[in-house]
Design a binder for this molecule. Structure first.
Ligand code: BGC
Length: 445
């Protein structure tokens, strides 16, 4: 429980001019109108009993497809510079599907909110498979079609959302769609997504787009102790979750030992994967404490980690936990960004925080305010330390379909009643609106 003491007191430091403030969502989690698009791997997955904890589906979700005008009005009232949404590949491929994004983008432009489009946020069309190389080429074709249709109004693009989570949860552990438990045999899914990213960057460039990034999930990895076995396990985890997805993009190489496990002509693919980016998107939620394997299954943040993994995930003690059980560690964001700057030097383009947020119940969501306030301050410390950060997007505008958790986890600044679909701004919405107004106030004198 937060108390009044947990409420922010000190004034928020000022971010650089032109800093982009926004909120993020994704198609599958909010749109609904499932009958008006083709099926995705997530539709098939949710239809299997036991896959989604509350047995729900995203068939209606927030019904954003029909209520986008109301949602854009909420964005305008919030005062964000930008709105990050994702395009559903299966909708884009369905007759009239791109018309929806046309309308949404027009509405955003009319409201003075800059559209930022993510091209893949996990809802792969059913029948396609990231284990197949050809999916990367198919993705690039779809990206060209979307850019051709929206590129006159959408300037800022994100190729993929969190290929690491999609690989790990969807293909290695099976807790997300498509529900495969391949462990390390899932690595080709990572490589093909990275290849798809590179081909998409090329397709966007060919369509004249000059503001292109990716949204990768990253977090510091903390060894459970100084014991060499714990340190080694933590390094390996860092390699899998952070370096395997950032190194090829930013340095054109996989970390040692990983490239040999990938399919195809890896050297040629890496040239495509490392196409220069205009900026690098980071989704940050929490660090992970990692130690040597303990020979037993581990329940962690809603996921079961099998005993045979070469690491184990441990509790981060002494921290408040979100409703999801994730620890609240704002300084992890400063550590992550300054660490990235050290690791990648000038190869790291300007950074945008493309997601940051937490799940809490209730309209008077002071815990969320405390979380966001702490993380925005931590981000400012990274700016002060010399990291070129250009934007910050809260996850999420609306409570939504939280993947395998169904509707049980609420990440929104705006509450959604899933029986009536009524939207109600939470206290955190008011807090964010005030923060944005304050950041824009022209200093007097
Ligand atoms: C994903 C979102 C998700 C959020 C909270 C991120 O990994 O991009 O789709 O809702 O985390 O779990």
């Amino acid at each position: 429980m937060a108390t009044d003491d947990a409420m922010p007191a000190k004034p928020m430091p000022r971010f650089p001019d032109g800093f982009l403030w926004g909120v993020s969502t994704s198609a599958h989690q909010i749109e609904g109108a499932a009958a008006l698009r083709g099926p995705s791997v997530w539709d098939a997955f949710t239809a299997e009993p036991g896959r989604v904890k509350d047995g729900s589906t995203a068939a209606v979700a927030c019904d954003h497809y029909h209520r986008y005008r109301e949602d854009v009005a909420l964005l305008a009232d919030l005062g964000v510079d930008a709105y990050r949404f994702s395009v559903s590949w299966t909708r884009a491929d369905s007759p009239g599907g791109l018309d929806f994004y046309d309308r949404l983008v027009d509405e955003l432009c009319a409201a003075g909110v800059r559209p930022v489009a993510t091209l893949f946020h996990w809802d792969l069309p059913a029948g396609l498979d990231w284990l197949e190389r050809d999916t990367a080429a198919r993705f690039a074709e779809y990206v060209s079609a979307v850019a051709g249709r929206l590129g006159d109004r959408v300037g800022k693009w994100i190729t993929l959302n969190e290929p690491a989570e999609h690989t790990l949860l969807g293909h290695a552990l099976g807790t997300h769609a498509p529900g495969r438990k391949l462990l390390f045999d899932a690595l080709p899914a990572a490589h093909h997504q990275l290849l798809a990213h590179g081909l998409a960057v090329r397709a966007l460039r060919a369509a004249g787009m000059a503001d292109v990034g990716i949204a990768n999930s990253h977090g510091p990895t903390w060894p459970a102790s100084d014991d060499p076995a714990d340190r080694e396990a933590a390094e390996f985890y860092d390699l899998l979750l952070n370096r395997m997805f950032a190194d090829p993009l930013l340095t054109g190489r996989y970390p040692e030992g990983i490239g040999d496990l990938m399919p195809g002509d890896v050297a040629a693919d890496l040239e495509i994967i490392a196409e220069p980016l205009d900026w690098y998107g980071v989704n940050y939620y929490a660090p992970t404490r990692v130690g040597a394997p303990q020979g037993a299954e581990i329940e962690f943040g809603g996921v079961t980690l099998p005993a045979e993994l070469p690491f184990s995930v441990r509790e981060i003690e002494g921290r408040p936990l979100t409703d999801f059980g994730w620890p609240v560690v704002p300084e992890g964001l400063t550590e992550l960004l300054t660490g990235f700057r050290e690791r990648y030097g000038d190869r790291l383009p300007p950074v945008v925080i493309t997601e940051n947020g937490c799940s809490y119940e209730g309209l008077d969501d002071r815990d969320r305010i405390a979380y966001l306030d702490g993380h925005v301050r931590a981000l400012h410390r990274a700016v002060e330390a010399g990291v070129d950060v250009r934007g910050y997007f809260v996850w999420s505008l609306l409570d939504n379909f939280e993947w395998a958790e169904g509707y049980a986890r609420r990440f929104g600044l705006v509450h959604v009643d899933f029986a009536t679909l009524e939207r109600t701004p939470k206290a955190s919405y008011g807090w964010f609106r005030d923060l944005l107004a304050e950041q824009r106030r022209v200093p007097v004198g």
